[in-house]
Design a protein around this ligand. Structure first.
Ligand SMILES: [Fe+2]
Ligand SMILES: [Fe+2]
Length: 195
């Protein structure tokens, strides 16, 4: 269905930025230096696109719609996804706390930043895999076409709240990180055209 197709396309862009984050840490380990601009861009993207836009669509729209169809929140896949979103926020908080000192060359801050960044990357890759392969196929099975159009209206409202400019700005950040770290940009362009 269309709402899960959009969320899946967003996953591909989030994975693109995660690949950049992993290369950033690899570079930092080799050189002992963290690129402050790139690190802050990654945090900006994760907070405002992955969490602010994407997780908000899941938590406020898709998951409640699935609950209304009888999928329990507690003890089921939705509960697990919500907990993982919270773990993700904790990793990002750790990145934010250490980015400044890490970029200034403090080696303890660099290893703390790296630990949180790689923790986030690992968590999100597994999280996305579960949504793509378990949760979204489940949503596709239980949602009627009426539910689907309601969700599409709600997604459009969520997008409008974020604003077209912010959305474009965040995709531009993903693109500049992909350029910086030599990661393929096809999924960013795909979302821009079909998202
Ligand atoms: Fe999620
Ligand atoms: Fe997701």
């Amino acid at each position: 269905m269309e709402p899960t197709r959009i969320l899946t396309a967003e996953h591909r862009v989030i994975e693109t930025v995660i690949a950049c984050l992993e290369r950033m840490i690899e570079e930092t380990r080799k050189t002992g230096r963290l690129d402050k601009i790139a690190a802050e861009q990654a945090i900006d993207f994760i907070r405002n696109f992955a969490d602010g836009c994407h997780h908000a669509k899941e938590e406020d729209r898709l998951f409640p719609a699935m609950e209304a169809k009888g999928v329990p929140r507690q003890g089921g896949p939705i509960g697990v996804m919500l907990i993982e979103h919270e773990y993700g926020r904790a990793f990002v908080k750790g990145m934010v706390e250490h980015v400044e000192k890490a970029a200034a060359g403090n080696s303890q801050a660099i290893s703390e930043f790296a630990r949180h960044a790689l923790g986030y990357a690992e968590l999100l890759k597994q999280h996305i895999h579960k949504e793509d392969n378990i949760l979204f196929p489940m949503a596709d099975r239980i949602m009627s076409s009426d539910d689907e159009s309601t969700l599409m209206t709600q997604f459009a409202e969520a997008e409008a709240r974020i604003g077209e400019n912010t959305h474009a700005r965040l995709l531009a950040i993903a693109e500049s990180l992909a350029d910086r770290y030599g990661v393929a940009k096809d999924h960013i362009e795909h979302l821009r055209l079909h998202g």
